[in-house]
Design a protein. Structure first.
Length: 496
């Protein structure tokens, strides 16, 4: 049964003023509509931004621990609804249920973590150089934030953005991906149920033009975007031109290095999880695997065999190991990349086709695909594919592996499998990525540490927790000097 979802503006559920709608589908059964959602216009965005601006003074003045308490409630509601929400994630986005539950768990973890920030949000007090004067720095909210989220983590990524923004005292307008409007709506329903005041969180559904209206709106002070590299560049340019705070998290061309001395069975498990987990639709997915020569043939044979055994199907079935691609457009895009790889004369070792057997004929399934004989110049070696497609490379030395790993415009996640502590230390230092894993796959970042990458992977402060994480995006520093000497004291000048 298709669900009718709405925008949420100033505490009320409303349709778009345009009256237009769009639908989201179940990618495992594309004849099943999951939700009908409003296709929002600039006017709807304007209504949402105005509501967020109106709500800002009271929300930003509420003691941060009280804002944190509301997030604790959100965490509890999310925990209670985890199974239902997880099933919805699988239906609307396609990932297998255990991963969908992990998606919701990541949102729960972020809610608890950021709720605790309500009692920290700390700045510094430092001594003044003058008598009878004190000095401190405090974090203050940026204002109204526009948050634009992707479909691949339809509950976790809205949580990464909304929860730190809210605990820091910002108000928010969320524009979720058009592929997953029902998941975003459930998240916002939970925030409403937890008791957030009207206007503090607003939701506008729609496509790129809705997102662009949000980025361009003069009432928006900051933008947080996760999505494609091309759109990210555009968001960065628009935000910079208007002096808005901005963080983008975009593409990756993540890599696993397998040294010959590694625990190779473990490396196979990590490679399968990194390349084909979430059907390769993670920013952190491994799309390049570099194997040292003595282990190459063994690795190739085992990896190919294991990939061939993965069971494709509806993610709600417990036997399924790999779900569909999220949409027809993405499905076509991945198939086009596979065609490009063949044209570029890489060897298609396995997979490479749409999978239409049995129950999969109505869905957007693609076989786990492995290319070898890939040169670093090929498109499939350079561009983010965002599907179950992986390129294998053979190298002789660690230097060669690190050089190849860094030969990309992106820099999100990299991993090395080795038992050699010196090799792991060199990799840790020299891999130019935001995340480095030793003896673990490229995916599975934890929320209490900053998340993001180098080079074209994005710009601005990192997402998620910890020092150097999301609070640096959602707050700005204010420094306060208080002179209680009752005299004119001239810093730097009155020193004897
Ligand atoms: C993403 O794909 O955009 O590290 C986020 C991971 C997850 C988050 C991925 N915790 O794979």
């Amino acid at each position: 049964m298709a669900e009718r979802v709405q925008n949420f503006i100033n505490g009320r559920w409303v349709d778009s003023r345009s009256g237009r709608t769009f639908i989201s589908l179940n990618p495992a059964h594309a004849d099943e509509t999951v939700a009908v959602a409003p296709d929002s216009t600039m006017t709807d965005v304007d209504d949402a931004v105005k509501a967020a601006r109106t709500a800002l003074p009271a929300w930003s003045h509420m003691p941060a621990p009280r804002r944190g308490e509301l997030l604790f409630k959100v965490a509890e509601l999310l925990t209670r609804r985890k199974t239902a929400l997880g099933k919805l994630v699988t239906r609307e986005m396609g990932k297998v249920l255990p991963e969908a539950l992990g998606d919701v768990q990541e949102a729960i973890d972020m809610a608890y973590y950021m709720a605790g920030e309500g009692r920290r949000l700390s700045g510094e007090t430092v001594p003044s150089e003058l008598p009878n004067k004190d000095a401190k720095s405090v974090r203050v909210p940026i204002g109204v934030f526009g948050c634009i989220t992707p479909w691949n983590f339809p509950t976790a990524i809205p949580a990464w953005k909304l929860f730190p923004a809210l605990v820091a005292g910002n108000t928010v307008v969320l524009k979720p991906a058009e592929e997953t409007p029902a998941c975003a709506t459930k998240m916002v329903e939970l925030l409403e149920e937890a008791g957030l005041p009207p206007g503090v969180v607003n939701l506008v559904h729609g496509f790129g033009k809705t997102g662009e209206a949000l980025v361009n709106h003069p009432g928006v002070d900051g933008i947080s975007f996760t999505g494609s590299a091309a759109t990210g560049r555009r968001v960065e340019a628009l935000a910079a031109a208007a002096h808005k705070a901005c963080s983008t998290e975009t593409g990756g061309k993540n890599v696993i290095i397998v040294m010959a001395d590694a625990d190779l069975d473990l490396a196979i498990d990590g490679a399968l999880w990194g390349a084909f987990g979430t059907t390769g639709q993670r920013c952190t997915a491994a799309s390049r695997i570099i194997v040292q020569a003595p282990a190459y043939d063994w690795f190739l044979a085992r990896f190919t065999k294991a990939a061939g055994r993965l069971k494709l199907g509806d993610g709600l079935k417990s036997s399924t190991q790999m779900g569909p691609i999220v949409s027809k457009a993405q499905y076509q895009r991945v198939l086009d990349y596979i065609a490009t790889g063949r044209k570029e004369r890489a060897t298609l070792l396995r997979g490479g086709r749409a999978y239409t057997k049995g129950e999969c004929k109505q869905g957007y399934f693609i076989e786990p695909t492995i290319f070898t004989d890939v040169t670093p110049a090929m498109k499939i070696a350079r561009e983010e594919i965002f599907g179950p497609v992986v390129c294998l490379f053979k190298v002789e030395t660690l230097d060669e592996a690190i050089g190849l790993a860094n030969d990309t415009v992106y820099g999100l996640s990299a991993s090395i499998y080795t038992r050699d502590v010196n090799a792991s230390a060199r990799a840790e230092r020299e891999l130019d990525t935001g995340l480095v894993y030793i003896n673990a796959s490229t995916i599975g970042a934890e929320i209490q540490l900053p998340f993001g990458g180098t080079k074209a992977t994005g710009s601005g402060p990192r997402e998620a927790g910890g020092r150097g994480g999301a609070l640096d995006l959602y707050t700005k520093w204010k420094v306060i000097y208080r002179d209680f000497s009752g005299t004119l004291q001239r810093a730097q000048i009155d020193k004897e």
